[in-house]
Design a protein around this ligand. Structure first.
Ligand SMILES: Cc1ncc(COP(=O)(O)O)c(C=O)c1O
Length: 446
């Protein structure tokens, strides 16, 4: 290990003309190296590995941590580099409703494995779908009152496939600038023209729509209902209202709202009364629904279109049937127990209230994703490390998940978190606020 560090230092001083330091964002390194005319992929990879080693030695590398026996609000976390095991409150999981440990859901997997075995063997187009997959599609269509639903194998490849397939020859896509990477990747893969509007800024979107009118055959606006990195909710009603002035299709990713917003978990668009106006309603099935996969619910004709045009649908093996069983059982639990989602929203209000009392900057976030903005990256890393050492695991969110030079601690709340776990986390954050001055004092200038 020590040798690796020496290697890192020699390389950086000898060849880079810059010093690697533990606060560096690893994803930025290739660009910095390119600026120094280092373009050999082997060399770049060596430098990246050297930086990772330094961060590991400083216990700042959180990306190779894993849980001993799966995810839960409280779990044993193992750091691969040091082999250290630590019991932690986990704040980085999207299991919003805690259903991954629900006995009915777990039992459904066992029963499905007995009947359907493991794996699906091939994509849907060549017979990989089982009766369980079909049931999932029909169930979601019925729940959302849509003509049809197309099931993909992951949320990422849902956006990749749908957004690369939907825009046609003379079409234009406008996305919120904070949309998930899978949405941008899908649009880029389409090769069609696109533009990003300022986050949640309806005026800016309108300007772009105005300019696009008459210039393109179809315009597609793509947004998230609740943003994954900021916890901001989308002004979806105002965006839908623009349909009265401009002609466009709307694509909404409900990854962070399906299952716990709206009656029966129908999502944020439903709760806001605009579901019928949404042309393509997408969600992952890996968050409130503790499975894997994603879907797009839309008019029958659009589903046929995506079925034939989305490569990630055509060329990707279907999710295993046990995961389809998980989805069905989770929907049963969600519909029979509205109290689970209600308790999530209550805990969210409590957690946020306590953090705001201390003076933390939570910006406009509202969903159960609670970001604490910490502008100085070295401080952010120290906070994340200190929290971890005290049994609180919250990954420092940096580029490329957020803009370059931005950083935040992100606490993703689930219904499985207890009041004690929330209180312990708030107390630790208050301690860090005192040490590092990361909370604004009420009444003081920002
Ligand atoms: C908004 C959004 N869309 C899509 C995805 C991709 O979903 P999955 O991880 O289930 O593939 C994510 C994942 O975090 C997400 O946050």
């Amino acid at each position: 290990m020590e040798n690796e560090l020496v290697f890192a230092r020699t390389k950086t001083q000898g060849e880079l003309g810059m010093e690697l330091n533990t606060s560096m964002i690893i994803r930025q390194l290739p660009k910095l190296l390119e600026d120094q005319s280092i373009t050999d992929i082997g060399q770049i990879a060596e430098h990246m590995h050297a930086l990772k080693t330094m961060q590991n030695q400083a216990n700042l590398w959180s990306y190779d941590r894993f849980t001993e026996s799966g995810n839960a609000a409280l779990a044993n976390v193992i750091t691969e580099y040091s082999k250290e095991k630590k019991e932690c409150i986990l704040w980085c999981l999207n299991n919003y409703l805690g259903l991954n440990r629900n006995p009915e859901v777990v039992q459904s997997v066992k029963s499905a494995a007995d009947k359907f075995g493991t794996g699906s063997g091939t994509p849907a187009v060549s017979g990989g779908m089982s009766a369980l997959h079909k049931e999932v599609q029909n169930r979601i269509s019925k729940l959302l009152g849509r003509e049809r639903t197309l099931l993909f194998s992951t949320g990422y490849t849902t956006n990749l496939g749908a957004l690369s397939a939907i825009p046609g020859k003379n079409d234009f896509v406008i996305l919120d600038q904070e949309s998930h990477a899978s949405m941008f990747d899908g649009v880029k893969l389409s090769g069609k023209e696109w533009s990003a509007f300022r986050h949640n800024n309806v005026e800016n979107l309108e300007e772009k729509l105005k300019r696009a009118q008459g210039k393109y055959e179809n315009v597609i606006v793509a947004v998230e209902s609740a943003y994954s990195m900021s916890g901001d909710l989308c002004p979806i009603r105002e965006i839908v209202a623009l349909k009265s002035k401009y002609k466009f299709y709307i694509y909404v990713d409900e990854a962070h709202s399906f299952g716990f917003y709206g009656d029966g978990g129908r999502g944020y668009c439903y709760q806001q009364g605009v579901l019928e106006e949404i042309d393509f309603l997408m969600s992952t099935l890996s968050k409130s629904i503790p499975s894997i996969g994603g879907f797009v619910s839309a008019k029958e004709k659009f589903c046929t279109y995506m079925q034939c045009m989305a490569n990630s649908f055509i060329f990707q093996t279907c999710m295993p049937p046990v995961d389809a069983a998980t989805i069905l059982a989770s929907l049963d639990v969600i519909q029979a127990n509205p109290g689970i989602a209600a308790s999530l929203h209550e805990k969210n209000a409590y957690f946020r209230g306590r953090l705001r009392e201390i003076g933390f900057d939570l910006r406009n976030s509202q969903s159960p994703i609670i970001p604490i903005y910490i502008p100085k990256l070295d401080v952010l890393f120290k906070c994340s490390k200190e929290l971890y050492e005290r049994g609180i695991f919250s990954v420092a969110v940096t580029y490329p998940a957020v803009k370059l030079r931005e950083g935040r601690l992100r606490f993703t709340l689930t219904a499985a978190h207890t009041q004690e776990q929330i209180d312990k986390t708030v107390d630790e954050m208050a301690r860090l606020a005192e040490i590092y001055g990361i909370a604004k004092v009420e009444g003081a200038d920002a």
